[in-house]
Write a protein that binds this ligand. Structure first.
Ligand code: TRP
Length: 469
């Protein structure tokens, strides 16, 4: 079974790592993590996040890779096949279906935000070339106007989806592996450059203190840190499972999962160093008024700060290019998760599957694109009340607060309590060797108890009205 079905794509060993790291690293690392860390007062939040990555995200990532590679199927087929002889049987296919649905929804608005990075890349290029003085107020206004511009939102969303479809349609090796192998090193290089550049920034020392000081943390902060661990590692919805189904059996799953998690975390911390060095370079009073807890600093204040730095004219466009690349390698993995369902389960050709799913996801993203001001009704759409206002926020709330934790919970339960330990142990040993030293901790402690309890706590809190989208 392990090496079965010919005709499916297969990653090279390094290719797999690049693709999986590319999936993990995205807007979650560069846009979301810095701003939620800032809103949660740094230090302790970062520590909890690191613990959540190690104790919850990493074990579930390993589980996803195990089931993907064991069955050589995309999420739905993988659960159907793996659950054949377990209690629950075919009902477990629903976990895969939940993941495919979640990926569909997530991509519909993720590509939209990704489109903003392309727009800002263009903006910064033009600012750099024309040498205009970029000012806060004008930036805030132009960002607001950009959000409310329906055709522009739809246009950049379409552009990003089209590039994603193009890459995924080329296939696992020719498309995904080639593009991620090219983009990830470029991304790494740009990031290192920006981090080194921030060493000289007047805010660097304070940024480091903020990141690593230990202070009080709220219950909401705890929840947000755990929830973000899923999002940033791309686990809980079958994306890693899908990539695992293209992984060679010669490669070690535990070692790969550790490498992916470490790299993802490293990049998130680097993004914080870059952003906070800029943020802490302004004095406290200005910081309090400009930054608050805003999710939009990446597009409203950051450009101006870049242009106040030496080399800013080069660094600014480079930065948005970097965020765009990071987002692209993530949208690729989301589309692959959805498209591979049609390929494996419905017999679609890869090209047709990509066009159909890509088209549908683009269409489903249109209401999100119009809910940022362009359409009054969509902007006010709020079935969850104050927790999520507007169509876009409602979709994000549904995926981040419900589908991701629920998917992760069901996966942890499946591995911890239902799938025989013989099956998962055999697959883990494949390409790795002896796993007996830690296998019990992984399955018997983390997946069986730690992950479900932590996730149930999140779900309970979400029901209780806390939102961490
Ligand atoms: N991990 C990516 C980020 O941090 C987002 C992402 C890509 C994702 N694929 C996923 C999140 C699958 C959840 C599930 O930006």
């Amino acid at each position: 079974m392990a090496n079965g079905s010919s005709g499916r794509g297969r990653f090279g060993q390094l290719g797999f790592i690049f693709a999986a790291v590319g999936s993990a690293i995205g807007l979650g690392n560069i846009w979301k993590f810095p701003y939620i860390t800032y809103a949660n007062d740094g230090g302790s939040f970062v520590l909890v996040y690191l613990l959540a990555i190690a104790l919850i995200g990493l074990p579930i990532m390993m589980a996803e890779l195990v089931i993907g590679r064991r069955t050589r199927q995309s999420p739905v087929g993988a659960f159907l096949k793996a659950a054949k002889n377990t209690v629950g049987g075919r009902a477990w296919g629903a976990v895969g279906a939940l993941g495919v649905t979640g990926s569909f929804i997530l991509l519909s608005y993720y590509a939209l935000i990704a489109g903003w990075t392309v727009y800002y890349f263009g903006q910064c290029l033009s600012w750099s070339v024309r040498g205009v003085a970029v000012q806060d107020q004008a930036l805030g206004e132009s960002f607001g106007a950009f959000l409310a511009n329906g055709p522009l939102q739809i246009g950049f969303h379409l552009l990003f989806m089209a590039v994603t479809v193009g890459v995924v349609a080329l296939g696992v090796r020719e498309g995904i592996e080639r593009v991620t192998k090219l983009l990830m090193p470029v991304l790494g290089a740009i990031l290192i450059l920006l981090v080194v550049n921030s060493f000289w920034s007047p805010g660097f020392g304070e940024a480091m203190r903020f990141l690593f000081h230990i202070g009080p943390i709220t219950a909401d902060g705890l929840l947000e840190a755990v929830g973000h661990a899923f999002f940033t590692l791309s686990v809980g919805m079958g994306a890693m499972l899908t990539y695992g189904s293209y992984m060679t059996s010669r490669q070690s799953i535990p070692r790969s999962a550790v490498a992916i998690s470490l790299l993802d975390t490293l990049i998130a911390i680097m993004a914080c160093i870059i952003m906070f060095s800029i943020i802490f370079s302004v004095d406290a009073a200005e910081r309090a008024t400009t930054f608050g807890k805003s999710a939009t600093i990446l597009f409203t204040t950051l450009p101006r700060m870049f242009y106040e730095m030496p080399l800013g004219v080069v660094l600014a466009p480079m930065f948005y290019l970097l965020v765009g690349f990071a987002a692209l390698t993530s949208t690729i993995s989301l589309l692959e998760t959805v498209a591979s369902y049609l390929i494996d389960r419905r017999g679609f050709s890869r090209r047709k599957a990509c066009l159909v799913t890509g088209g549908a996801i683009f269409a489903f993203g249109i209401p999100s694109a119009l809910s940022l001001g362009a359409s009054g009704a969509l902007s006010a759409f709020a079935p969850f009340g104050e927790r999520a206002e507007g169509f876009f926020s409602t979709m994000d709330y549904t995926v981040s607060n419900w589908i991701l934790p629920l998917g992760g919970l069901l996966m942890a339960l499946f591995f911890g309590w239902f799938l025989s330990s013989r099956e998962s142990r055999a697959e883990l040993a494949e390409g790795h060797g002896d796993v007996s030293r830690w296998f019990f901790i992984w399955r018997g402690v983390l997946l069986r108890f730690v992950c479900p309890i932590a996730i149930l706590w999140i779900i309970w809190a979400v029901i209780g009205g806390r939102s961490f989208a």
